[in-house]
Write a protein of this length. Structure first.
Length: 591
């Protein structure tokens, strides 16, 4: 065992700053000489990723526990005080249904109180988008949502928000990370008990009045009223935070016939009915689809534990069709823009924002309605950062953000929330499907209409999960190899352009070999994109929140606006075949 890991483990097994159970847990691992487990727990400090902490629950410097939550809170508190001199600093805190979420939320408030910072904390668990709104509603300088989003039950997390209501971006994340890394001793962390913080007036618990403020803003997003009567919905919160806000929001939008999946209604950090509490996974939606079939529901909706991702399944005849994240995003963008246009509510200079790995179809949809479309890095924090930069004049010319999203089942309309919001997305999706049903259209038919208008766009995703120290090293080796030995062709098509977002450079091979053609203005990120001669695009990106590397594949084929259904199906089949070829070629290449 490495000496550094042993010393750190011995510190955790003896230091009085840790509780008895924690000391005994680590002492047991030392006594049993469990080198593999000790290495996983102590080979590094738990790091800030794309907006905060996320890790496996347990004792150890690389694990998610109350000590690392306090450490992160102290780093955040000290930076807030420095960033807002002369201000009575406050933060907003909410939490999800995971194990120790309330305890971690209270620990956050206790550290903030020890630094003289006031905390607004939800009386009950509330989702990520409501935390984002909460920061802005109470005029806070920051916020924390204790959540690990859609990760398995062994995880927890700590999402950090700035005064904008969006997740932290540079330079704020770098500054907090530096302070976090500088805290070597847990004895140096200052905190009060939650009860003392309440008694001293440094904590305010918020409830119904805050919920009402959110729902009031949510009602303004509705664009079409048709088709609600007799429209049946089945909804699952997947044991997370969505049960109350989503059901209440749908009711206020006029959807009366909504049934929640009873086995998945109550918050439960074990997520006992699913392997992964993620509406992206068909398996996670299976119970809701089954109930939908029994009730003959028109629409099945699902949200992840912190209610920022949405899953959509629609009845079409006797079948239920699952739509992927890119399809959901394109359908919602088209529906929302068309609704605003028909209602005479489209703002001047409307803007749609998507991420670099989201389907390019959305750019064409935006332009069809007279809106511009901008791309950002992967992660919704970048979408919301661009919204803020435009509103504050940092990014010009001025455009009014209308809606946008990312391929990973995230969508946001309006600007009162600054994160992806599955509560409002559920309402807009219900409005969309009900409206098209009243028009005699299935969602598949509407998607085909988009294909005829803009061409067929199909996408797929291949994910490798590589946990632990060895996994992190293997992911880095993969990215280094792709940079050092960039492919000349992929699946028979020449690589014409390489975009390296870590180097912020784009290389063009269409003329003579590889030459730099332009700089990339997006922030640095460990992403590679390969644009092929047949119009396909392949992207490689390590996840910022999970032990995964993701490969995104996108293909496009033009079709006539008058294409028959048979011709359209031929184009779709060709795109599906091409996606499979790209995926197989890249799997072999990335090893």
């Amino acid at each position: 065992m490495q000496e550094q890991i042993r010393k750190l483990a011995e510190y955790w097994s003896t230091a009085q700053v840790f509780d008895t159970a924690t000391r005994q847990e680590i002492a047991g691992l030392l006594q049993n000489q469990n080198e593999k487990e000790l290495t996983e727990r102590f080979y590094r400090d738990l790091e800030f990723g794309t907006g905060g902490l996320r890790g496996i629950l347990g004792a150890g410097s690389a694990r998610m526990n109350i000590y690392n939550v306090r450490k992160a809170s102290q780093a955040f508190a000290s930076y807030l005080i420095e960033a807002f001199p002369g201000t009575k600093v406050s933060i907003a805190v909410s939490y999800d249904s995971r194990h120790y979420s309330r305890e971690f939320a209270e620990a956050t408030a206790g550290v903030m109180a020890a630094h003289g910072i006031h905390t607004y904390i939800t009386k009950e668990l509330r989702p990520t988008p409501m935390l984002s709104f909460m920061v802005r509603h109470y005029g806070c300088q920051g916020g924390v949502c204790v959540t690990a989003s859609h990760n398995p039950s062994i995880y927890s997390g700590y999402k950090v928000y700035w005064a904008t209501g969006g997740q932290i971006v540079p330079p704020h994340d770098d500054a907090i990370i530096a302070r976090y890394a500088a805290l070597k001793s847990y004895e140096d962390v200052k905190f009060k008990s939650f009860q003392d913080a309440v008694r001293e007036g440094l904590v305010t618990e918020v409830g119904a009045e805050f919920d009402e403020a959110y729902f009031k803003e949510l009602m303004k997003l509705s664009v079409r009223k048709e088709g609600r009567r007799g429209f049946k919905i089945v909804y699952t919160p997947l044991h997370g935070t969505g049960a109350y806000p989503v059901m209440e929001a749908l009711k206020r939008w006029g959807f009366e016939d909504v049934t929640i999946v009873p086995e998945q209604k109550d918050p439960n950090g074990d997520f006992p009915t699913v392997k992964y509490p993620n509406p992206e996974e068909p398996e996670a939606m299976a119970m809701a689809i089954s109930l939908g079939q029994k009730l003959n529901a028109d629409l099945v909706l699902g949200t992840d534990p912190d209610t920022d991702r949405i899953g959509i399944v629609v009845r079409e005849g006797d079948d239920y069709r699952i739509f992927n994240g890119n399809q959901i995003g394109s359908l919602l963008v088209d529906f929302y823009l068309s609704g605003l246009k028909d209602a005479g509510r489209m703002p001047q200079n409307p803007l749609v924002i998507k991420t670099i790995v989201t389907t390019d179809q959305q750019e064409h949809i935006a332009k069809f309605y007279g809106a511009s479309c901008e791309e950002t890095l992967t992660g919704f924090k970048w979408i919301c950062n661009l919204i803020d930069e435009i509103e504050t004049g940092k990014s010009k010319p001025f455009r009014q953000y209308v809606c946008g999203g990312e391929e990973s089942y995230g969508f946001l309309a309006g600007t009162f929330v600054r994160d992806k919001d599955a509560i409002s997305a559920c309402c807009i999706a219900a409005e969309m499907v009900a409206y098209y049903k009243a028009q005699g259209k299935s969602l598949s038919r509407v998607l085909d209409e988009l294909y005829r208008r803009h061409g067929v766009y199909l996408e797929s995703l291949y994910t490798l999960t590589l946990p632990g120290k060895e996994g992190a090293e293997r992911i880095q080796v993969m990215m280094d190899k792709l940079r050092a030995e960039a492919p000349q062709e992929i699946a028979g098509s020449r690589v014409e352009i390489i975009r390296d977002l870590e180097k912020q450079q784009e290389f063009d091979r269409r003329e003579t070999g590889q030459m730099r053609t332009s700089s990339i203005t997006l922030p640095r990120s460990n992403v590679l994109q390969f644009l092929l001669s047949d119009g396909s695009k392949v992207s490689a990106r390590p996840s910022g929140t999970e032990p995964k590397i993701k490969f995104y594949f996108s293909v496009h084929q033009a079709v006539s606006p008058q294409a028959s259904q048979a011709q359209l199906q031929t184009a779709k089949s060709a795109c599906e075949k091409r996606l499979l070829e790209l995926e197989q070629a890249f799997k072999a290449m990335a090893q």
